[in-house]
Design a protein around this ligand. Structure first.
Ligand SMILES: Cc1cc2nc3c(=O)[nH]c(=O)nc-3n(C[C@H](O)[C@H](O)[C@H](O)COP(=O)(O)OP(=O)(O)OC[C@H]3O[C@@H](n4cnc5c(N)ncnc54)[C@H](O)[C@@H]3O)c2cc1C
Length: 454
């Protein structure tokens, strides 16, 4: 490391939520060296959660979503330029405009982008959208203002469900196509998925589960879609909400452990190299990071939560300017929120890290409840629906690995006190192919080679 940890050159790639919060923390904690933020988007950092909520409803305009700055950040901002490579030996970031930016310590905060519709010709039809940026949200809100006859939402995860909710609130006809058995199943499992399905239908959504969209149709302009069950619909807007892709391609030649699951780092946010050896000058935070959490058996978590991006950026920044024992682990209990169809959904812990779920407070019937998730007899997550005030209590149960099901007493009115299978996606089913392969046979000469995505 160059000089004292509080001096030297720090470069942050990704100038959004995690990048900004890291920059603020660095200055707050006394970093006195030079600080550079590199961001592909031309904008100063803005907030993404309102894009699928207030912006689509038309109550906030897309350009009014700027993130408030906690303090003045003395930094050079290079906006509207993409980082295309990282030279870890020469210690420089390569930019699309040919510039090379040297660093002593680097923070990778490049987040995710919307997974595009797989057929480029269909994706290019006028009326087909994804939602990740303010441009996306502004264009989609404008199209919804024009009063389309029907909106198709492809995918009923959180973003897709929020988009469908905003469309219904505007009085638009909406079809939601979901490959799984119900909305939100991938994140919250079967019990709350069934509740979400019921509510979407009650709000007038034409919800089709267990089907995939096989084609988006049109001639220049979207006119409709075909489904795997042989049916089809007419639609003039389609929003592809098939999850996110981690922005790691620029690191392909860098020797950093970066792939479709994110940049793997330790609990102190230090990135691993491709051999699995921790670096000490490259850090990662936010949606792009993949990190071990002791509460969840050190499994590597890849989260897309606003609160995690903030907390992890603060830890990364602290650790970039502190050495050895003064470094901190990123141990925040994951938490996120969503609002849709009149529901305020809040989650703590990792609902997918579970084998059972119990309605510990309230009832599914009233759509006002706390669902508590357990894994092998301990509490690992809790999700509240219109009842957020008791989540802190369950967070403590998660933090202390309290027995599952939780003791009665926390319950005001239990509808069904018996735990049922949580029906979350099977973690053994791999979502990606291998990303590296080993070569050579002398134990001290073995190398890892990056495998192209399959
Ligand atoms: C529509 C929507 C709704 C959401 N709602 C919620 C919610 O209700 N609750 C919740 O908890 N979370 C929500 N989230 C998630 C939350 O916004 C993210 O967790 C958060 O934005 C992560 O911040 P980040 O800085 O890690 O990544 P990002 O916000 O993805 O920022 C990464 C930045 O890096 C830039 N970048 C990428 N590659 C490069 C490169 N090579 N060179 C330079 N710059 C690059 C990108 O352009 C981007 O500006 C929502 C997200 C979206 C899109």
């Amino acid at each position: 490391m160059h000089g004292e940890p509080r001096d030297g050159r720090i470069v942050i790639v990704g100038a959004s939520l995690a990048g900004l919060r890291a920059a603020e923390t660095l200055r707050e904690e006394g970093f006195a060296g030079t600080l550079t933020l590199i961001g592909e988007e031309p904008h100063t950092p803005y907030d993404r959660p309102p894009l699928s909520k207030q912006v689509l409803l038309g109550t906030v305009s897309a350009d009014k979503t700027g993130l408030p700055q906690r303090r003045e950040v003395d930094a050079e901002w290079k906006l509207g330029v993409r980082a295309t490579g990282l030279d870890p030996v020469g210690k420089q970031v390569l930019l699309a405009d040919g510039e090379k930016v040297p660093f002593d310590r680097l923070l990778i905060a490049t987040g995710t982008r919307a997974r595009p519709w797989p057929n480029p010709a269909e994706a290019a039809l006028d009326g087909v959208f994804t939602l990740r940026t303010i441009e996306d949200a502004g264009r989609l809100a404008e199209r919804l203002d024009a009063g389309p006859r029907r909106v198709l939402v492809v995918g009923a995860g959180f973003t897709g469900s929020e988009i469908a909710s905003a469309c219904r609130e505007r009085g638009l006809e909406v079809t939601v196509a979901e490959r799984g058995p119900a909305p939100l199943v991938g994140a919250l499992g079967g019990t709350l998925g069934a509740l979400a399905a019921k509510l979407q239908r009650a709000h007038g959504v034409d919800l089709r589960c267990g089907v995939t969209v096989t084609a988006l149709e049109g001639n220049g302009r979207l006119t409709g879609a075909r489904f795997s069950d042989g049916t089809g619909i007419d639609a003039d807007v389609a929003v592809v909400a098939l999850g996110a892709v981690r922005n790691t391609e620029w690191l392909a030649e860098s020797g950093i452990a970066a792939g479709p699951r994110g940049v793997t780092c330790d609990a102190g946010c230090r990135a691993f190299d491709m051999y699995g050896i921790v670096t000490d000058d490259v850090f990662a935070a936010g949606d792009v990071a993949r990190f071990p959490h002791p509460l969840f058996e050190y499994q590597l978590l890849s989260l897309e939560h606003w609160g995690n991006a903030v907390a992890q950026a603060e830890v990364a920044a602290h650790n970039m300017i502190h050495a050895g024992p003064r470094r901190r682990p990123h141990l925040t209990v994951p938490a996120f929120w969503s609002s849709q169809f009149g529901l305020n959904i809040k989650s703590v812990g990792v609902p997918t890290f579970s084998d059972q779920v119990v309605i510990a407070q309230g009832s599914l019937k009233d759509a006002r409840l706390v669902a508590v998730y357990g894994y092998r007899g301990r509490v690992t997550a809790a999700v509240s629906v219109n009842q957020a005030k008791s989540l802190e209590y369950y967070q403590r149960l998660i933090e202390t690995a309290a027995p599952f099901p939780p003791a009665p007493g926390a319950a005001d009115r239990i509808e069904s006190p018996e735990p049922v299978p949580s029906d979350v996606p099977d973690p053994k089913v791999l979502s990606h192919g291998p990303t590296v392969a080993l070569t050579g046979h002398l134990p001290d000469r073995r190398l890892t080679l990056v495998q192209p995505a399959r």
